[in-house]
Design a protein around this ligand. Structure first.
Ligand code: BTN
Length: 149
């Protein structure tokens, strides 16, 4: 027992020194990439859970040239176990469409943050008779990009 305690102490110090830590909180702010290769940047989340950011989609349902587009969203105030639910809207700068995303910010088994989302993309149609084909639905998974210094 007398020899075990110093060993555990040394092991703890070594793990701390090597930067070993398991993340518990998922934080929305930062740069993210999804499974399509789209990038987004989320700014600071304010006291009311609101945030803004920008989205660069890798794909488009239009023939237009892709441009950086603004997003606005909110995170649930009850940050349940550090894995909050959230939603945001992207108002596309280069098309007359809108996408709403809803999801949850998780910490996976390796301590990595992941955003599991579902989205609805509403495209503009000229005629009410085309309403039935105006909304697409899908899933995107986002992982954090390393912060730029
Ligand atoms: C448009 O085509 O009118 C706007 C761009 C839509 C891009 C969609 S939104 C859902 C999906 N996830 C992405 O990252 N990009 C596509």
């Amino acid at each position: 027992m007398v020899q075990v305690t110093p060993f555990l102490l040394m092991l703890s110090l070594a793990l701390v020194a090597s930067g070993f830590s398991v993340r518990k909180q998922c934080v929305l702010s930062g740069r993210w990439v999804n499974d399509l290769g789209s990038n987004m940047t989320i700014g600071a989340v304010n006291g009311k859970g609101e945030f803004t950011g920008s989205y660069h989609t890798a794909v488009t349902a239009t023939r237009n040239e892709i441009q950086l587009s603004p997003l606005q969203g909110s995170q649930h105030r009850i940050n349940n176990k550090g894995q909050p639910t959230f939603g945001f809207t992207v108002n596309w700068s280069f098309s007359d469409s809108i996408t709403v995303f809803t999801g949850q910010c998780f910490v996976d088994e390796n301590g990595k943050e992941v955003l599991k989302t579902m989205w609805l993309l509403r495209s503009h149609v000229d005629n009410i008779n085309d309403d039935w084909k105006a909304t697409r639905v899908g899933i995107n998974v986002f992982t954090r990009l390393p912060s730029q210094k």
